[in-house]
Design a protein around this ligand. Structure first.
Ligand SMILES: [Zn+2]
Length: 435
């Protein structure tokens, strides 16, 4: 009996009530292995799609796995997949468009891989997804339309062009779902200290917050991110968990890879609903709004755009406030046009490349008593308000501001970090070949 490898993609079974696509995939893989004798080839995939997508679900994730099994088992594989999705999804939710697709792995060509790459960076045309499925897929289904199919294809075909990281996700048993997660916060801080070099974003020190446990009523107990599988398992062992764990899975993921970023040369090349990085010069003084958000205008010499660090970016706002006209930066962020607002890039991180001298033109100091003089009017010279010394022989002087900002890359705190954003300290994993 011949064995074949099938690539399965699932998307968008997230719902506001908190079922979670990663759990659907976890359950599906377990059933396929147990009931059909399937073998997982490589690693299951957790693929985050374009975070600037206007109708994204929480996290905008799609899932994929390659399974080797006897060709004759394909029909059974479809059944297991459909049953799992029906068992676990909340199909009545209007925002939920679960979808899945099965390819013979050999039928995934470069065109499909490119489409999957595009879905991480841009809004892709769902009609192309329909074409791909019609021509190439073995089986597919979208419960509520085509949107989910885009993600399903991405989960099935994604090849991690910017490298990858891992996430270990552990699940709760049914009776505990919806209750506070019983993971001792102190143990998370300890595990983070112990495994600092191979896990990341476990805790947010700036906000003194545990990051591995979500606040949704979903089956996810915790998720640990890292760049080494052994290390992730060690981290799990170090945690004090005071509730039963149904099981865990390690996903290969494009989280923290900057996979979504499109590098552009010019501000005019920035496309709506994408995330970009570009080099620019600060053109005006930064300013803060009443809500605690900070803004600054930047220019590439031809056009200007506003860069925003919103309140949750915390310390990053102080970096933005310290910038002065003439400074050179590289910004990373998403561009989602909003009606009634100037075009704005929502900052994910910033590199301060060059800090220029910056100063203000001030009236001269009185040479007799050292007091700042007053202008007598344009071209009329200056008078000292204290000793009344007058002169026409003086002009405004440039007084340089003391700059405490130092060049370097500045990140948002983990709490405000997008799934796809790479923290500047992280080196993601890059393969020579593909698995
Ligand atoms: Zn004076």
């Amino acid at each position: 009996m011949t064995e074949e490898v099938f690539s399965v993609g699932i998307d968008d079974t997230d719902s506001p009530k908190g079922m979670c696509t990663t759990y659907v995939m976890f359950t599906f893989i377990n059933r396929a292995v147990k009931d059909l004798g399937a073998r997982v080839v490589g690693m299951p995939r957790l693929v985050r799609l374009n975070p600037a997508c206007p109708w994204k679900t929480r996290g905008n994730a799609s899932l994929g796995v390659d399974l080797a099994l006897k060709s004759s088992q394909l029909e059974r594989l479809k059944e297991v997949l459909v049953d799992t999705i029906f068992d676990l999804s909340e199909l009545s939710e209007a925002e939920t468009n679960p979808a899945f697709v099965i390819f013979r792995r050999n039928d995934i060509d470069e065109g499909i891989r490119n489409y999957a790459r595009e879905a991480v960076k841009r809004l892709v045309n769902p009609h192309v997804a329909a074409e791909i499925v019609k021509k190439r897929a073995t089986y597919s289904f979208g419960f509520n339309g085509w949107r989910g199919i885009v993600g399903a294809i991405s989960g099935a075909a994604y090849d991690f062009p910017s490298g990858y990281t891992y996430e270990l996700i552990a699940y709760r048993t049914k009776e505990y779902r919806g209750t506070p997660r019983r993971v001792l916060p102190e143990s998370v801080f300890l595990a983070d200290k112990a495994l600092d070099s191979c896990t990341f974003d476990n805790v947010d020190y700036e906000n003194n917050e545990v990051k591995i446990t979500p606040h949704t009523p979903c089956p996810v107990l915790l998720g640990i991110r890292g760049i080494d599988i052994t290390c992730l398992k060690k981290a799990l062992d170090l945690l004090e968990i005071r509730e039963p764990v149904e099981g865990f899975i390690v996903y290969k993921t494009n989280q923290a890879t900057d996979d979504h970023i499109i590098a552009v040369e010019k501000i005019r090349d920035i496309e709506p609903l994408t995330s970009v990085s570009f080099k620019a010069e600060i053109s005006d003084l930064p300013w803060a709004s009443a809500g605690g958000h900070v803004f600054v205008n930047v220019t590439d010499g031809e056009s200007k755009i506003r860069v925003a660090a919103y309140e949750p970016t915390r310390g990053l706002r102080h970096v933005l406030l310290s910038l002065r006209p003439g400074d050179i930066v590289r910004v990373w962020g998403s561009y989602k046009p909003r009606e009634g607002e100037p075009p704005t890039v929502n900052l994910e991180k910033i590199e301060v490349i060059k800090i220029g001298p910056y100063g203000k033109l001030m009236n001269p100091i009185c040479p007799i008593c050292g007091t700042r003089m007053k202008s007598e009017g344009k071209g009329k010279g200056y008078e000292c308000p204290r000793c009344k010394f007058r002169t026409k022989d003086a002009s405004k002087i440039l007084e340089l501001e003391r700059r405490d900002l130092v060049p370097g890359i500045y990140d948002v705190p983990p709490k405000a970090r997008r799934h796809l954003s790479r923290p500047s300290f992280l080196n993601v994993i890059k393969d020579e070949g593909k698995d």
